[in-house]
Structure formats: structure tokens, C-alpha cells
Design a protein around this ligand. Structure first.
Ligand code: NAG
Ligand code: NAG
Ligand code: NAG
Ligand code: NAG
Ligand code: NAG
Ligand code: NAG
Ligand code: NAG
Length: 543
């Protein structure tokens, strides 16, 4: 085992090790040259002529003269990463007809001119990320008509000349993220009819010209997140028939034109998180049959219209958390038969309709955390056969008989380590208790008076005449309101503040275990709900 591994290692060294002369400060691997010496103050004159890839990392030379690499005519890839490069001679990359990939990232230059890049007719990928470019001349790309990928992320661009991208009809990917663009000329992207990905994230765009994306019929992904957009022109996306993902999160959108998304029949992901939407216009998402993910979290929605999600029959994830939703119409999720994840946390929901989740047979994850829910209706999860993960914490759960359904559902289907942070807010004697850790018989309901006669089970058969003038609240059966457990604890609740709890407990008297004894006690409870006399007699038989 060991000798064989050693042999392999040795042969790897032979393959990868410096084969011919390699410039000082560089490592040479077959056709790749890697120079990462901070002392390297000029392009080494002795770069192997057959090199196809050269990578400079953190080198200190600042100038690239005319035709600086013409001694390596077979170069296809040239990379400068975090170097001091900032001056370029004309035709700096001349004599490299096969160069396909040029990257200059992390340098400090703020301007470039077109003549630097002449002679790069085959360049397909051009990366100029994280430099300090402030402006680009409108002819900068005139020699680069084969470009398919242009990356200008993380510069300081404020405006772009309208004709800048004219030669780039082959361009598929354009990244302008993390610049300072405040507006875009309407015709800027019109030549880019092959474009598939456009990134404008993290700029300062406050508006978009109506026709700015008007010729981008091939566009698949559009990133407009983290800008300052407060409105969208109604037809701004109307030609983006191939669009699959649209990122609009973290803008200032307070309302949306009802038809703004109606051409986006191929859309699969839409992110509107972190805007200031208060309402959703009717039919906003009606024509997106392939939409799989929709996020509306961190907005100011207080209601959601009943048919807002109609037709979203492919939706698998819907995020509505961090809004101010107080109420959800019973049929709002009716058409979401494919939904797997539903986030409703951090809203102001006080109650849910029993049929709210009825059609969500594929639902696996549901968050209801941080709302104002006190209980969940009987049967609410009965059709959600795949649901095992429900987040419930941060609600003022009222741990009484109305919580019995949720409690037994949790016991039956949920992992018991889930919701260990889910506490009862009431009644007072259970406040702060962990819901899943309760005993079922602790879920007792307050007894209201003057409703119907109530006989406490276990006592009534001994004293048939002593029916109490107490009643059980609502639809709850009387028997749920009195419990007795095997240790002999009997609990009875009534609904007025001062006589809410009566707790009777029988335990053997200390010092006389096993001895037969009789005991009896009487309480008069006087309060706002009337007065109750309770008589208890206890009879213990000898050992
Ligand atoms: C460049 O590539 C060609 C074709 O592969 C080859 O014939 C030529 O020798 C290479 N040039 C150098 C300087 O290695
Ligand atoms: C950038 O502009 C400065 C003057 O503003 C000029 O001296 C320099 O040559 C320019 N650099 C390039 C690469 O065009
Ligand atoms: C989806 O995109 C294709 C082109 O990629 C287009 O032909 C088709 O019409 C689009 N579908 C819809 C519903 O817009
Ligand atoms: C659902 O889509 C169909 C066409 O696919 C459309 O006619 C209908 O109006 C849409 N439903 C809603 C509620 O918008
Ligand atoms: C929730 O609703 C209550 C009562 O309607 C209101 O006072 C409170 O401000 C709301 N909270 C949020 C976060 O919207
Ligand atoms: C469930 O979906 C069916 C049609 O698929 C519909 O008739 C029914 O009303 C839906 N139920 C609810 C509660 O929305
Ligand atoms: C104790 O219970 C027995 C059996 O019911 C009864 O005969 C007896 O009188 C009781 N004694 C007292 C002191 O109550």
C-alpha cells in the first residue's frame, strides 16, 4: 500500500514539476505559468514560449507595455489577480490572436481605453472585477466583438455611454453588480440580443426606462436586487419571454403595476423580499405557470388578496414571513398543490381557517413562528400527510382544551426536539411551560357559569344531587374540563379571575404511611363569579 502511494506521488511530481526553465518568481506547470512573487517588478522576459495560461497574483509591476506577451503567441488565458497593474500601453495584448480569457481583478486603475485591447478578436471572456473603474469610453469594446462574458463587478461606474455595448452582439453574460449606477440609458442593452444573464445588483438605480430590457428576448436571469427602485414601468419586463429568474429583493418598491409580470410565462423564481409592498394587485402572478419559488418576505403586506396565488400550480416554496399579515383568506393556498415549503412566520396572524392548508398535500415545512396565534383549529393538518416540520415558537399559545388537536398532532408527527422553545402564554398556571412537554390532561378549559349544569365526573356519582351551577365554555364537552390523573390530582377551572383554579390533592400524611385515615375539608371560594362550596371527604382503607 505504502510503496504504491509513494510511486504515485513521485510520478505526479514528475508530471507537474518544473520541466524547463521557468522565470524566477514563477512556477511552471506544463503549459501553465503561475507567478505570485510580490517582488516581481516587471513581466519576466523568459516566460516559456509554449505557455497557454499565465496567472499573476499579487505581483508589483505596474505597467504593461505594447505587445507585452508576444513571446508567448499561444496564450489562451491571462489572469492578473490583485496586482499593482495600472498603466497599459496601446495594444498591450497584441500578438495574442488566440487569447480567449482575460482577467484583471483587484487592481487600482480607474480608466481604460479601446486601443489597449486591439487585436483580441477571439476574446470570449473579459473580467475586470473589483478595480476602480469610474467611467468607460464608448468605444472600449470595439475590438472585442467575440465577447460572450463581460464581468465589471465591483467598480465605481456611475453612468455608462448608451453605445458602449454596440459591438457585443454575441454577449451572453454581463455583470455590472456592485457599481454606482444610478440610471441606465434606455438603449444601453439593445444590442445584446444574445444576452442570457444580466446582473445589476447593488447599484443605485432608482428607476428604469420603460424599454431598457426591450430587446433581451434571450435573457434567462435578471438581477436588480439591492438598488433603490421605487417603481417599475408597467411594460419594463414585457419582452423578457425567456426570463427564468428575477431578483428584485431589497429595493423600495411600494406598489407594482398589475401586469408588470404578465409576459414572464417562463419564470421559475421571483424574489420581492425586502421592499415596502403593502398590497398585491389582483392577478399579479396569474400568468406564471412555471413559478417554483416566490418570496415576499420583509414587506408591509397586511392582507393578501384571495386569488393572489391562483394558478401558481408549480409553486414549491412560498415565503410570506416578516410582513404584517393579520388574516389569510380560507382559499388563498387552494391551487398550490405542489407547495413543499410555506413560511408565514413573523406576521400578525391571530387565527387560521381550518381549511387553510387543505389542498397542500405535498407540504413538508410550515413556519408559523412569531405570530399572535393562541390556538390552531381542530383538523387543520389532517390532509397534510407529508408535513412533519412545523415551527410554532413565538406565539401566545393558550394551553387549554382548544390546543388539544395541535398538541396531539405534535406528539404523533413531529420530532420531539422540535418546538422546545414553544411556550404557553396562558393560562397563568401554565405560563412559560414548553408546549410539547405538557401532559394532555393539563390542557383544561375554563368553565364559564350560567351556561348549563355541570357535574364534575367522579364526584357526581357519589352525590347525585349536587349539580354545580357552572358551565363549560363553547363547544367543548364538559368532561374535558375536569381531569383526574392516577396520582389522584383533580383539576377544575372556572373563568373568573379570582376563583380560576381549585387544586385538590390527596397525598399520604407524613409520618403515617399506610395507616388508615379519614379526612375531610371544606372551602368557600367567594369571588366575582359567585361562590362555590366544595366538600371533600377522603377515606383511606387500612393496608
Ligand atoms: C503554438 O501552437 C502550435 C499548434 O499547437 C504549435 O505548432 C506551435 O509550436 C506552438 N508555438 C509555441 C511557441 O510553442
Ligand atoms: C487614465 O487617465 C489618466 C489621466 O486622467 C491618463 O494619464 C492615463 O493614461 C489614463 N489611463 C488609461 C489606461 O487610459
Ligand atoms: C418560454 O421561452 C421560450 C424561449 O426560450 C419561448 O419560446 C416561449 O414562448 C416562452 N414561454 C412563455 C410561456 O412565454
Ligand atoms: C389562470 O390562467 C389562465 C390562463 O392560463 C387565465 O385565463 C386565468 O384568468 C388565470 N386565473 C387567474 C385567477 O388569474
Ligand atoms: C398587530 O396587530 C395589533 C392589533 O391589531 C397591532 O397593534 C400591532 O401593531 C400589529 N403588529 C404588527 C407587527 O403589525
Ligand atoms: C382544493 O382544490 C380543489 C380543486 O383542486 C378545489 O375544488 C377546492 O375548493 C380546494 N379546497 C380548498 C379548501 O381550497
Ligand atoms: C371513617 O370512615 C368509616 C367508613 O366510611 C366510617 O365508618 C367512620 O365513621 C369514619 N370516621 C370518621 C371519623 O369520619
Amino acid at each position: 500500500m505504502l510503496p504504491r502511494a509513494w510511486l504515485l506521488w513521485a510520478s505526479l511530481l514528475l508530471l507537474a514539476g518544473p520541466a524547463q526553465a521557468c522565470p524566477v518568481g514563477c512556477d511552471c506547470f506544463v503549459q501553465e505559468v503561475f507567478c505570485s512573487d510580490e517582488e516581481l517588478a516587471a513581466i519576466p522576459p523568459d516566460i516559456p514560449p509554449h505557455a497557454t495560461n499565465i496567472i499573476f497574483v499579487e505581483t508589483s509591476f505596474t505597467t504593461l507595455g505594447t505587445r507585452a506577451f508576444s513571446g508567448s503567441p499561444n496564450l489562451t488565458k491571462l489572469v492578473f489577480l490583485n496586482t499593482q497593474l495600472c498603466h497599459f500601453g496601446p495594444e498591450a495584448f497584441g500578438g495574442l490572436p488566440g487569447l480567449e480569457d482575460l482577467e484583471i481583478t483587484g487592481s487600482a486603475f480607474s480608466n481604460l481605453s479601446a486601443d489597449i485591447f486591439s487585436g483580441l478578436g477571439l476574446l470570449g471572456k473579459f473580467t475586470l472585477n473589483f478595480n476602480k473603474l469610474e467611467a468607460l469610453p464608448e468605444d472600449l469594446f470595439m475590438h472585442l466583438s467575440a465577447l460572450e462574458s463581460l464581468q465589471l463587478q465591483g467598480n465605481r461606474l456611475q453612468t455608462l455611454p448608451e453605445r458602449l455595448f454596440r459591438p457585443l452582439t454575441q454577449l451572453k453574460s454581463l455583470d455590472l453588480a456592485q457599481n454606482r449606477l444610478a440610471q441606465l440609458p434606455e438603449g444601453l442593452f439593445h444590442p445584446l440580443t444574445s444576452l442570457q444573464s444580466l446582473k445589476l445588483s447593488n447599484n443605485a438605480l432608482s428607476g428604469l426606462p420603460q424599454a431598457v430590457f426591450g430587446r433581451l428576448g434571450s435573457l434567462r436571469e435578471l438581477f436588480l436586487d439591492s438598488n433603490a427602485l421605487s417603481e417599475l414601468p408597467p411594460a419594463v419586463f414585457s419582452r423578457l419571454l425567456s426570463l427564468e429568474t428575477l431578483w428584485l429583493q431589497r429595493n423600495a418598491l411600494g406598489h407594482l403595476p398589475p401586469t408588470v409580470f404578465s409576459a414572464l410565462g417562463n419564470l421559475t423564481f421571483l424574489n420581492l423580499q425586502g421592499n415596502t409592498l403593502r398590497t398585491l394587485p389582483a392577478g399579479l402572478f396569474a400568468l406564471m405557470p412555471h413559478l417554483a419559488g416566490l418570496s415576499l418576505s420583509h414587506n408591509q403586506l397586511d392582507t393578501v388578496p384571495e386569488d393572489a396565488f391562483a394558478n401558481l400550480s408549480s409553486l414549491t416554496s412560498l415565503t410570506l414571513s416578516h410582513n404584517a399579515i393579520t388574516h389569510l383568506p380560507a382559499s388563498i393556498f387552494r391551487d398550490l398543490g405542489e407547495l413543499v415549503k410555506l413560511y408565514l412566520g413573523s406576521n400578525n396572524l391571530t387565527a387560521l381557517h381550518p381549511a387553510l392548508f387543505q389542498n397542500l398535500s405535498k407540504l413538508e415545512l410550515l413556519s408559523l413562528s412569531r405570530n399572535q396565534l393562541t390556538t390552531l383549529p381542530q383538523g387543520i393538518f389532517d390532509t397534510n400527510d407529508n408535513l412533519f416540520n412545523v415551527a410554532l415558537h413565538g406565539n401566545p399559545w393558550q394551553c387549554d382544551c382548544h390546543l388539544a388537536y395541535l398538541f396531539s398532532w405534535l406528539r404523533q408527527y413531529s420530532d420531539r426536539f422540535f418546538n422546545i422553545q414553544t411556550y404557553c402564554a396562558g393560562p397563568a398556571y401554565l405560563k412559560g411551560q414548553v408546549v410539547p412537554a405538557l401532559q394532555e390532561e393539563q390542557l383544561v378549559c375554563p368553565v364559564a357559569r350560567d351556561r348549563f349544569g355541570f357535574l364534575a365526573p367522579g364526584l357526581d356519582d357519589r352525590e347525585p344531587g349536587a349539580s354545580w351551577d357552572l358551565a363549560v365554555e363553547g363547544e367543548v364537552a364538559p368532561s374535558r374540563c375536569t381531569y383526574s390523573n392516577p396520582e389522584g390530582t383533580v383539576m377544575l377551572a372556572c373563568d373568573e379571575a379570582r376563583c380560576r383554579w381549585l387544586h385538590l390533592q390527596l397525598s399520604p400524611r407524613q409520618g403515617s404511611p399506610g395507616l388508615a385515615y379519614n379526612a375531610s375539608a371544606e372551602w368557600d371560594l367567594r369571588s366575582g363569579c359567585g361562590s362555590v362550596r366544595v366538600t371533600v371527604s377522603i377515606q383511606a382503607l387500612g393496608p
